[in-house]
Design a protein around this ligand. Structure first.
Ligand code: SF4
Length: 363
């Protein structure tokens, strides 16, 4: 999808002027809109969010507010798709900037996944493999797993979903994030060297030999989050050396070495909960997106909180939701124009909903 350039009517405005106009439009549109803000959005966006959360929590909130005709989702493309899948037919989901995608979600296309599946079922009976997709994926991939007996998962419920998939000795195909799949399988007791293999979608049969395939229980797609892969064991060692008593907490999209070296790991919501509930005076080095880490630091001045990666680098695609774009979509709505609507067409929507509902049943 193509994002049109904004006119100077918006781009020439200062942040302050932009904020004043957003505030006035928000008041004018009232109950017609709900603004959702992902935790990784910048503060200049989060301040306008009626709700903030991780991707799945926000989609569920959208679905619970069936009375709101317009959902303005300040996040990335796959999140707005999930919201459209879960909301009712009378609701319209809007993504302020269509170029706000996710590099990890883009690492698995439906054509690649279908080819991988054909390879796998040429070796194993189809009912012995379960496909699982992280919610950070396109709607077409969610639909694929829905139609093939699999499920979505989030970073909060990945373990429960994987335990469900692997029961009875079945094999698991996990996409698009190798690290969430690998870290979760490791915590479930699977050996990274003998039980897991990395599936390279650029190679026939994932680049695996017949022997490697037959011995593997967990097939991990060769995808990753460019933000979370930045964190290293060296950063953890340095943080500990310079701050006695510090706790290191990271997201499971980090590499296995980093997750093993950290004190705690878990979803964005888990990280927020752990840090928020810790006593005053505690120190935290956090391995997740920097906008969230800075917000936690500002909200809890009685604690020492910093990002493990000293080179501040936000998620570049989340960052594309600039306040000028939020103003533009609200201004358009106030004029009766719906811009940047995200629509998941049938039958993709139907099958994707199956995969999300299956996840909710499991977890
Ligand atoms: S932080 Fe990583 S997984 Fe999340 S939207 Fe950005 S690139 Fe995608």
């Amino acid at each position: 999808m193509y994002q049109q350039s904004l006119s100077s009517e918006y781009t020439d405005l200062s942040l302050e002027e932009t904020g004043e106009r957003i505030a006035s439009l928000k008041q004018r549109l009232g109950d017609k809109i709900i603004i959702l803000g992902h935790h990784y959005q910048r503060d200049e966006i989060i301040q306008w969010a009626d709700y903030r959360g991780d991707s799945f929590l926000l989609s569920r909130i959208a679905a619970q507010h069936g009375e709101a005709p317009f959902i303005v989702f300040c996040g990335v493309h796959f999140m707005a798709e999930s919201a459209d899948i879960l909301t009712n037919d009378n609701q319209t989901v809007i993504l302020p900037n269509l170029s706000a995608g996710c590099s990890m979600a883009d690492m698995a296309s439906i054509r690649q996944v279908e080819r991988c599946w054909r390879d796998l079922i040429s070796v194993f009976p189809e009912d012995q493999i379960v496909p699982i997709t992280y919610v950070n994926s396109a709607a077409t991939l969610k639909a694929f797993v829905g139609a093939h007996g699999g499920s979505c998962c989030t970073s909060s419920n990945a373990r429960k979903v994987m335990e469900w998939a692997l029961q009875g000795g079945k094999r698991l195909l996990f996409f698009p994030d190798q690290h969430l799949g690998g870290n979760t399988a490791m915590q479930m007791g699977y050996d990274p060297d003998t039980d897991m293999v990395l599936w390279d979608p650029a190679k026939p049969f994932g680049g695996l030999s017949q022997d490697q395939m037959e011995h593997a229980q967990v097939f991990l797609w060769k995808g990753f989050c460019s933000v979370h892969e930045r964190f290293t064991v060296e950063q953890i060692t340095k943080a500990r050396a310079e701050n006695s008593g510090i706790k290191v907490i990271v997201h499971p999209e980090c590499t296995m070495d980093v997750v093993k070296a950290a004190d705690l790991n878990g979803s964005t919501e888990y990280i927020i909960k752990q840090v928020s509930q810790s006593p005053a005076g505690t120190s935290w080095a956090i391995g997740t997106e920097v906008n969230l880490v800075h917000r936690l630091k500002n909200e809890m001045p009685d604690k020492t909180i910093f990002c493990l990666d000293p080179i501040v680098c936000p998620c570049s695609t989340m960052y594309r939701i600039h306040p000028h774009y939020l103003l533009w979509v609200l201004d358009s709505l106030a004029k009766g124009d719906v811009v940047n609507r995200i629509v998941v067409e049938e039958p993709v929507k139907r099958d994707a909903r199956i995969s999300l509902e299956r996840m909710l049943e499991i977890s």
